[in-house]
Design a protein around this ligand. Structure first.
Ligand SMILES: *Cc1c(COP(=O)(O)O)cnc(C)c1O
Length: 307
């Protein structure tokens, strides 16, 4: 089957390896055509929907998930409606519109936009959730298929967690490739740490609000499946500050000439800053999840504040 995602490079980072004192490999999901790993799962979800005769895709994400759905719709010649809250930036809206999707602005928060999006789903329409869907996870898992095909298992995999869709996909990929013993380092920013707090509480708690600039990690509650994995796989939680995440983005521009969101900078920061949880590992792989809603000007502005 032809996929909507591309096979991305899996390369050793000399700069990060030297900085961190271990071998660091990067899975370059930032190079996906819509700018993040999301197209892997979203692409599979949308292709399955086309097989079932769908007439429209509906999304409620003003971020990389909405952009991926819009991209998938244009590739598959299916109309797309993305409902976004008033807080969504002009940049994000224009990135969705440039894929020919319809943007509907509604509500002060994602909850309200999502409620409208769900109410709009009619017969023949397909709602595409940003992170909580088995097909998304199955699609995201293809990044681990590619890494496994490339060779030896890393000692640990470092990734960012928002709602936990990426985490569930990576874990599915590890288990279907015989890499189930590879621990996962799950990184969030302070103020968007719904996964770490769920682990601490013993159930998927809901944060009262998101207080982090890493908007793509801003799910107030993680998927139940992400929480359930914690009893079946070695997962270590790491929380970094917004400042660490932004600094990692800045370093990554110098080292790899690529702009990524702070959501991705969070995972990179765990390695740049050599957090305690990675020190035992000689060879780590980082999922460079990407993200296109932050520009170099945003990074400069955030970098100049004391957040
Ligand atoms: C969606 C996203 C995440 C978080 O993924 P989840 O599946 O919500 O955990 C991290 N980084 C970027 C760039 C994203 O777009």
């Amino acid at each position: 089957m032809h996929h909507l995602h591309i096979e991305t490079p899996y390369v050793e980072s000399r700069a990060l390896s030297l900085q961190s004192g271990r071998s660091v490999w990067l899975k370059m999901e930032a190079l996906q055509p819509p700018g993040s790993f999301k197209i892997r799962g979203v692409g599979l979800k949308c292709q399955e929907a086309v097989k079932n005769g769908t007439s429209r895709f509906i999304s409620s994400s003003g971020g990389n998930a909405g952009i991926a759905v819009a991209y998938a719709g244009r590739q598959l010649s299916i109309p797309v409606t993305v409902v976004v809250p008033e807080t969504t930036t002009d940049r994000a809206k224009s990135l969705i519109k440039q894929e020919n999707a319809e943007v509907v602005v509604h509500g002060a928060s994602w909850q309200e936009a999502n409620a409208l999006a769900v109410s709009m789903v009619g017969a023949g329409d397909t709602f595409v959730h940003p992170f909580d869907d088995e097909l998304l996870w199955r699609g995201h898992a293809t990044m681990i298929d590619e890494m496994a095909k490339a060779g030896k298992a890393p000692d640990a995999i470092v990734l960012s967690v928002g709602g936990g869709g990426l985490l569930c996909g990576v874990l599915e990929g590890l288990h279907r490739n015989g890499w189930s013993a590879v621990p996962v380092i799950a990184v969030e920013t302070n103020g968007a740490d719904s996964f770490a707090q769920a682990v601490k509480a013993g159930y998927p708690i809901e944060l009262p609000a998101i207080q982090s600039i890493a908007s793509s990690l801003g799910a107030r509650k993680v998927a139940q499946q992400a929480f359930d994995w914690t009893s079946r796989h070695s997962i270590r939680n790491v929380i970094v500050s917004d400042k660490q995440a932004v600094k990692a983005c800045e370093s990554f521009i110098l080292d790899h000439r690529m702009v990524v969101e702070p959501a991705c900078g969070a995972a990179l920061a765990a390695v740049y800053d050599n957090v305690e949880e990675i020190r035992a590992f000689k060879n780590v792989a980082v999922i460079v999840c990407g993200g296109v809603t932050a520009t170099i000007d945003h990074l400069k502005k955030w970098g100049a504040t004391d957040a």
